[in-house]
Design a protein around this ligand. Structure first.
Ligand code: SAH
Length: 499
């Protein structure tokens, strides 16, 4: 069986700017070979057993040579794998994608290209610069600023004569040379210039000037690679078209430690607000299986007057089994539902069921206090929940009526290999790190191992509520802030206060 290589453009940085086809390739891949400009968030979409091979520059400055990369692609495909070669932007825009394709062609390995959105166009757009504009730029030119060899001739005269927008990639280290040569060959020193660093990412930074002064400005602002140099009058349109820099959480590094099943919603919300949301799943939900006690309870569900859910996972695991056993919601017609908080209530709503009771504060204490006021000794309560849950709720409610607790799942430490995320966290300056339960914190410490203390000490620790706070403080760390509403929306609220 022969494998195949997909040369996939990852887009310019924002993980949502990958193509539908590109994402599909990532989800199917057995092996992903990726480099520095690929947003690591895209790797979250890989399947559980996918092998990751990083070929970009390491912190020590070493990168794999093109020959080595070609050979890795060849060997992995020869071994029968579905290989994705993931590259920043579009694979054929200064990406050396063509060389990789040729290498595979010569060795009889089938291969396909999935084009990507190039930074040369999209990076400008995110800085409020349209690459063409009626009456201002009728063409555009994408040029390498990588002037390897002093003698390698750039035809400055022809370049200068072009009237369209000029975009230099890989050009910051040669900025002085580029601007000087263009002016020396007759380009107006007042021509507007912008430089966009880390375009379409939360680190995006843009500086503006003219051909005559942009070099000084770039030095002052310490602009480095990766950057796009844009030369032309379209730069002036930024005044009205710059939407991205308005995002409220732009530039904030926010680490989410929730399990895989729950992370999507909060990550999407944070990214839409401009944050760099990094997911490090610390927990996994493991259904208790087989669970005869649960099966029997579901069979006799009409005996209960209330079902109390204390987590989204509790809801989902219960209903999964309920439907698997062939029932439908009519069987629950005479039962009332209580949820510990609004997110848990929403999870119940998704099954087409309304929730009868949610306490004002989303903790066990409030649930018990307020529920006690509405139940009587004739009630019968079912609580399907995690294996190691606090006994408090069951103990308290039992004082009033019959309460039955069924353990339906356990929360275990994530088994994913996420060392590459830990490595990213070590590099970040003052990230926010969100903990949504005591186990996310405890597992984070285990997963990050010897790096945990360093990461936590330089992070702003955000806790979802008092129970989680207690665990974190008992471990000797200081909480930066605790959500006022004990759910993810509550966390987003306090992050937005930070502006
Ligand atoms: N294939 C890529 C370009 C690879 S060459 C594409 O189509 O976008 C690498 C150069 O691209 C960098 O030196 C920089 O000039 C530019 N670049 C890529 N991503 C960028 C980003 N997010 N912000 C600014 N420049 C970027």
């Amino acid at each position: 069986m022969k494998g195949k290589v997909y040369l996939v453009g990852a887009g310019p940085g924002d993980p949502d700017l990958i193509t539908v086809k590109g994402l599909e390739c990532i989800r199917k891949a057995d092996v992903i070979v990726y480099d520095r400009l690929v947003n690591p968030a895209l790797l979250e979409e890989r399947k559980a057993k996918c092998k990751l091979i990083y070929v970009g520059k390491s912190p020590k400055g070493h990168a794999k040579s093109q020959e080595e990369i070609n050979e890795i692609l060849y060997q992995e495909a020869k071994a029968g794998n579905y290989v994705v070669r993931l590259k920043g932007g579009d694979p054929y825009v200064f990406g050396r994608g063509g060389e990789e394709g040729e290498y595979l062609y010569n060795r009889n390995i089938p291969f396909e290209v999935v084009p990507g959105i190039t930074s040369a166009i999209a990076g400008l757009a995110y800085a409020g610069i349209p690459i063409t504009h009626r009456g201002i730029a009728r063409s555009f030119h994408v040029i390498t600023g990588h002037l390897k060899d002093e003698n390698e001739e750039v035809d400055w005269k022809t370049l200068t004569a072009l009237e369209g927008t000029m975009v230099f990639l890989m050009g910051v280290s040669n900025l002085k040379k580029i601007t000087e040569n263009l002016m020396a060959h007759g380009k107006d020193p007042n021509t507007p210039v912008a430089i966009i660093n880390w375009a379409t990412t939360p680190r995006q930074k843009t500086i503006e000037g003219s051909l005559a002064n942009i070099y000084e400005k770039a030095l002052k602002e310490n602009i480095k690679s990766p950057s796009l140099i844009v030369i032309g009058h379209v730069v002036n349109l930024r005044v009205s078209l710059d939407f991205y820099s308005q995002k409220p959480l732009l530039g904030r590094n926010i680490v989410i430690t929730t399990g895989i099943s729950q992370r999507r919603d909060i990550i999407n919300k944070l990214r839409a607000l401009g944050a760099n949301a990094i997911s490090l799943p610390t927990i996994e939900i493991k259904e208790i299986k087989p669970n005869y006690e649960l099966d029997k309870t579901i069979e006799n569900i009409h005996k209960y007057t209330y079902i109390v859910f204390t987590s989204i996972n509790g809801v989902n695991v219960f209903f999964k089994r309920f439907f698997e056993l062939g029932h439908d919601v009519r069987k629950l017609a005479n039962i009332k539902f209580a949820a510990i908080g609004s997110s848990t209530a929403e999870a119940i709503n998704k099954y087409g069921l309304r929730v009868d009771f949610v306490p004002r504060e989303y903790v066990g204490e409030s649930l018990v206090d307020e529920l006690k006021a509405v139940i009587s000794k004739d009630d019968s309560i079912l609580i399907p929940r995690a294996k190691k849950a606090r006994p408090f709720i069951v103990e308290e409610l039992s004082k009033i009526c019959r309460v039955e607790e069924i353990k339906t799942y356990e929360t275990i430490k994530s088994r994913e290999d996420n060392q590459y995320i830990i490595d990213t966290l070590k590099e970040l300056d003052y990230p926010y790190i969100l903990f949504s339960s005591p186990s996310t914190f405890i597992n984070f410490k285990e997963i990050a191992g010897k790096d945990a203390d360093d990461i936590l000490k330089k992070s702003k620790i955000i806790s979802i509520g008092p129970i989680t706070t207690k665990t974190i403080e008992a471990e000797g760390y200081t909480i930066y802030k605790q959500a006022k509403k004990y759910n993810f929306d509550g966390i987003i609220e306090i992050l937005l206060e930070e502006r």
